[in-house]
Design a protein. Structure first.
Length: 335
């Protein structure tokens, strides 16, 4: 299949997927707004900026889809789906402060507009809000999954900080950071969807594994796009990971096989305070020539197929098909 036909086919399937989930997304947005109310205007203002100005709503949507897949179809699933968007937004607020990021989802980051202190404190508010909502489930297993998940997320952020600018970071350590920072929350959204629906242990575990593999694929593709997408597509500056000291899979693989001369050049680059376009072009070409993008892409495809495999035990409903299509979208997307 030629590239133009592949792109056309992907765009067509993406449009169909968007139409299928549009109603769910609108209800997610409604409850995000309803659950955000605070008597402190600054909290509401920053929350609207980070939560209502864009984003894929992937985690909330997965909670809803997995709930329905396991037999629950009530409105409460939309209400509790806010938990996962709030947790995700809290990590974004904290991440942007740590990374001193200026752009998020194509606009000025919250810390740029309101400062680091406000961003951290509102991130804490969202974390607290997510647990307040989780308590309303009156389900101890739901809370147990959520508490273990947030602990691992914090560990992932600290490990990433420890490994900052480390050109010797291994693929195993990268994977640990990826799972704890990103995949574990996506996994929890899927697993708790099954828990909320009172599904059996096998179904809970299958959906937790689906979410984990989906999250791994999602983050690897994000790491590829950081080097290959345009800023308009990606919503943040391209090449930002390297600037922030994050050594991700495409570069890790390239560093395994590139010349010592190029390794030394990258080592000098990471010491710079400011990068120019020539630096990013060099990184892109280095990764491309040494198979870094291809290697990372194969890893993402492998995780995508593992995710889809975990759905085979469920009845072939529209919701199962949507979960399959989401796995394909996560790998094929350009943003």
């Amino acid at each position: 299949m030629n590239k133009a036909l592949q792109i056309h086919k992907f765009m067509s399937s993406t449009e169909q997927l968007n139409k299928r989930i549009q109603s769910d997304i609108e209800k997610v947005r409604y409850y995000l707004q309803e659950n955000l109310k605070s008597h402190i205007p600054l909290i509401s203002e920053i929350n609207r900026h980070i939560l209502l100005g864009g984003g894929k709503r992937l985690r909330a949507l997965l909670f809803i889809l997995c709930s329905r897949l396991c037999g629950f179809s009530g409105e409460k699933a939309y209400y509790f789906s806010s938990i996962f968007e709030y947790l995700h937004a809290a990590t974004l607020l904290h991440d942007d402060v740590i990374d001193n990021a200026a752009v998020r989802r194509g606009k000025a980051s919250a810390n740029t507009v309101w400062g680091n202190s406000a961003s951290v404190l509102v991130g804490d508010f969202l974390l607290a809000k997510s647990f307040a909502l989780a308590v309303e489930t009156e389900n101890i297993l739901f809370l147990d999954v959520l508490s273990r998940t947030t602990t691992r997320m914090a560990e992932g952020m600290v490990l990433e900080l420890v490994q900052s600018h480390n050109l010797e970071v291994t693929e195993e350590t990268y994977r640990e950071i990826l799972i704890n920072k990103t995949a574990i929350l996506i996994s929890a959204a899927c697993q708790t969807g099954a828990i909320w629906s009172k599904a059996g242990i096998e179904e809970q575990e299958a959906l937790a594994e689906y979410g984990l593999e989906l999250g791994i694929a999602f983050q690897i593709v994000d790491d590829i796009l950081d080097y290959t997408a345009t800023q308009d597509e990606f919503g943040k500056p391209v090449g930002n990971d390297f600037k922030e000291g994050k050594i991700t899979l495409p570069l890790i693989q390239a560093l395994k096989v590139c010349s010592d001369k190029n390794k030394n050049k990258i080592n000098e680059m990471k010491k710079k305070d400011k990068f120019v376009d020539e630096d990013l072009r060099f990184l892109f070409e280095l990764i491309k020539e040494n198979g870094g993008f291809e290697y990372a892409w194969e890893k993402a495809l492998n995780s995508k197929e593992k995710a889809k495999e975990r759905l085979k035990g469920f009845s072939p409903t529209e919701d199962r098909q949507t979960l399959i299509d989401l796995a394909d979208f996560v790998v094929e997307r350009r943003y």
